[in-house]
Design a protein around this ligand. Structure first.
Ligand SMILES: Cc1cc2nc3c(=O)[nH]c(=O)nc-3n(C[C@H](O)[C@H](O)[C@H](O)COP(=O)(O)O)c2cc1C
Length: 340
């Protein structure tokens, strides 16, 4: 797979997973195995002793540290970051990632309209995440008009994905994979006119899934959920166990404080929130679209609790395939299944 002048052996990008689920451990392992490892910058500095006092400073410092550690694991190969557009101080995160030498930035949860301006003069590749051809058209027009450039690749994220989803509740019910394939086809047709590689995300679990999208004209796939149940994933073992224990019925759509639907494993925490309890602590002002006065819970605290293994107090984001994991795997073994 090629993205600009970047090349990797296996056409798999590991999807960025916040908070703390994809850091240097997972990203480094995926890159070392021939794919593209992605570090999520969402509250990336949460383990810093000063995090509660100054989250942004800790997050910005951790971007460089995690990229450096990932490069120690995978001295050659492509390492990128995922930065959500709704991150407060988004610009500073982008600049920190460029300074730290990220090979590419993948950016969704909003349209990354100003990304080219923030990375001007660097060779960092820019990869927006979209869920519709309409969103891609808006980005293409704006980037062309304002920056005279196009995305180096585009990730199309479908309704089977994990974390926040770029769909309404109604669309999530309607878009079964067969129907969403038509949207993917439309996006591939649009992108291919400008020779932009398309990476398909959401529900990709096996090599056969990869073949399906390659046959449709995609350049590769982005895979997240499958990598959670690996030795190298940066989450606490309890987080991985929650995936192993989950059955299909446990995987639910939740309304996230960020203002978008999300997919997660039903647990004691979601039951408390569902019964109307408000679980809010001091506001860290991390997400531009969250309103601390009305939010049912602090998403940052809920995601930190989960990744640290206090799963009953936390939000366990997952993709629709999370129930399929039956054992902890090694990243290299998974990647071999995707070698073509
Ligand atoms: C635990 C978890 C956390 C995620 N966090 C983020 C995130 O912080 N930013 C983002 O853009 N996508 C996030 N995603 C989405 C993934 O990057 C990926 O595109 C998607 O989950 C792919 O579908 P799959 O999980 O079925 O493979 C997350 C997914 C999971 C499972």
């Amino acid at each position: 797979m090629r993205i600009g002048d970047l090349e990797c052996e296996i056409p798999v990008i590991q999807g960025g997973m916040g908070v703390g689920v994809s850091l240097s451990g997972l990203a480094g392992a995926v890159t070392a195995a021939g794919g593209v490892g992605i570090i999520s910058t969402a509250q990336i500095g949460y383990r810093d002793p000063d995090y509660r006092k100054n989250p942004t400073a800790c997050n910005l410092a951790a971007i460089g540290e995690e990229i450096k550690k990932a490069r120690q694991i995978a001295p050659t190969g492509v390492i990128g970051v995922n930065i959500m557009v709704v991150t407060k101080d988004y610009e500073r995160y982008v600049k920190a990632a460029v300074e730290a030498g990220a090979d590419l930035i993948i950016s969704g949860a909003g349209l990354p309209m100003e990304l080219p301006g923030l990375t001007q003069g660097s060779s960092c590749k820019l990869v927006p995440i979209v869920s519709s051809a309409r969103a891609l058209k808006v980005i293409l027009r704006y980037w062309q008009g304002h920056y005279n450039r196009k995305p180096d690749a585009v990730v199309v994220e479908g309704p089977m994905a994990g974390g926040h989803l770029g769909f309404s509740m109604e669309e999530l019910e309607r878009f079964i994979p067969e129907i969403y394939d038509q949207c993917i086809q439309e996006i591939i047709a649009l992108a291919s006119k400008q020779e932009i590689p398309v990476i398909v995300a959401g529900g990709v679990y096996t090599g056969e899934d990869l073949d399906h999208y390659l046959a449709m004209g995609a350049a590769g796939v982005q895979v997240a959920t499958r990598f959670v149940t690996t030795e190298e994933c940066d989450a606490h073992p309890n987080y991985k166990k929650a995936y192993l224990d989950a059955c299909k019925e446990d995987i639910v759509i939740v309304k996230s404080p960020v203002g978008m639907p999300g997919r997660a494993i039903r647990n004691a925490f979601l039951d408390r929130v569902g019964s109307g309890e408000r679980v809010v602590s001091t506001c860290k002002g991390c997400i531009t679209t969250c309103n601390p006065a009305t939010t049912p819970y602090c998403i940052t605290d809920a995601l930190i609790s989960a990744v640290e293994g206090r799963c009953d107090e936390g939000l366990l984001f997952c993709g629709s395939n999370a129930y399929r994991a039956t054992k902890i795997e090694r990243v290299a073994d998974i990647m071999e299944e995707f070698r073509r």
